[in-house]
Design a protein around this ligand. Structure first.
Ligand code: ADP
Length: 330
């Protein structure tokens, strides 16, 4: 029997966060690469959908690729590469744009939120922000992907990818596997520590509520200790009414301390909860920071992993993308 194909990616739009790690990267490293034929990608083309600085994108792509290895992705077990190194993504994205309707693109929550943010800043909205899900569908479908492990915020895009795969197959004949999203049971949506009703996102301007994977331990401690908590002082797990405390409990639970609702019963003050959460996060991230520090000393190794990864990815994607071009009449 052939193994399930897994594909997932991370955008180099900022430094990777605790949300990226708990919602996605940790599962890729600890489980997915061991149980499936998995590809993990730094999706750098997606970083161009909003205003960007070329040198910064290049630097962040490199850092993200290095962090994928630092969290434990092993190139002997899985394929790690950079999206723009494999032309099949953009080739197939055009066919996806020819399969999707503009209405379904405009309905995407992330498009609405990010377009609004750009307008508030007085900037124009790039067309690629609207068509982003077509490129993401191409990323996934090019590899015959069965499962896409993502945080909760990406589930809607994977749903759209499924619709496009089904529609393409119905119109032009069986070409794509219809993938499904897999979302982690805990910490599928880590919230911003200063604004616990929005997700911890790496490209947010205010950084005090975001724990980055490469933050120094003291910075992590400071950010967690200053997390916004709710009015009242009893520790209860209620995501709707007490989002700040619930977020801390989710994070502590995801660090391996147990179930969030049960953990709540063990604390009678916010201070103690914050202290334990801060220490748990520091310990969780310690090995990642240490491995990252080792890997940056060996840029040739990282280069060779990415070169080899792009070669493997291309070899998998090309036949299916060629078949899709033939299927539509080209
Ligand atoms: P970001 O929103 O930080 O730019 P990406 O789009 O690069 O994230 O997503 C990389 C992966 O991390 C995706 O699977 C996404 O669902 C997951 N992810 C991002 N933010 C969070 C979060 N706050 N909580 C859980 N998972 C997240």
């Amino acid at each position: 029997m052939t193994r399930t194909r897994i594909f997932s990616g991370v955008k180099p739009t900022g430094h990777l966060t605790l949300g990226n790690y708990l919602g996605a990267l940790r599962g890729w490293a600890d489980e997915d690469q061991h149980r499936a034929d998995a590809l993990f990608c730094v999706v750098d083309l997606h970083a161009l959908t909003v205003e960007h600085d070329p040198a910064r994108v290049r630097r962040l792509s490199r850092q993200a690729a290095t962090l994928l290895l630092a969290v434990g992705l092993d190139p002997r077990l899985c394929t790690v590469f950079v999206q723009s190194h494999v032309d099949e993504h953009t080739r197939l994205a055009y066919l996806m744009e020819c399969t999707a309707s503009d209405g379904e693109m405009r309905r995407m929550i992330q498009y609405k939120e990010k377009a609004e943010r750009e307008r508030v800043r007085g900037g124009s909205v790039r067309l690629s922000l609207l068509t982003y899900p077509a490129l993401m569908a191409a990323d996934i479908l090019a590899y015959g992907t069965g499962e896409v492990p993502v945080g909760e915020d990406q589930a809607q895009h994977v749903e759209l990818t499924r619709d496009l795969a089904v529609r393409f197959n119905q119109r032009y004949g069986q070409t794509f596997v219809v993938p499904k999203a897999t979302v982690p049971k805990v910490a599928a949506r880590v919230m911003d520590l200063q604004e616990p009703t929005s997700k911890m996102g790496k490209s947010h301007a205010r950084t005090s509520g975001i724990v980055y994977l490469l933050d120094e331990p003291d910075v992590v401690r400071k950010k967690v200790m200053r997390a916004v908590t709710d009015t009242g002082s009893d520790v209860v797990y209620d995501r709707a009414e007490r989002p700040g405390v619930a977020n801390l409990l989710d994070i502590l639970a995801a660090c391996g301390a147990g179930e969030p609702a049960e953990l709540a019963g063990e604390y009678d003050s916010y201070g103690a909860l914050k202290k334990d959460t801060a220490e748990a996060v520091v310990e969780l991230l310690r090995p990642v920071r240490e491995r990252h520090a080792e890997l940056v000393k060996d840029p040739e190794y990282v280069d060779s992993v990415l070169r080899d990864g792009a070669g493997r990815a291309r070899a998998i994607a090309r036949p299916r993308v060629d078949a899709a071009y033939r299927a539509v009449g080209l």
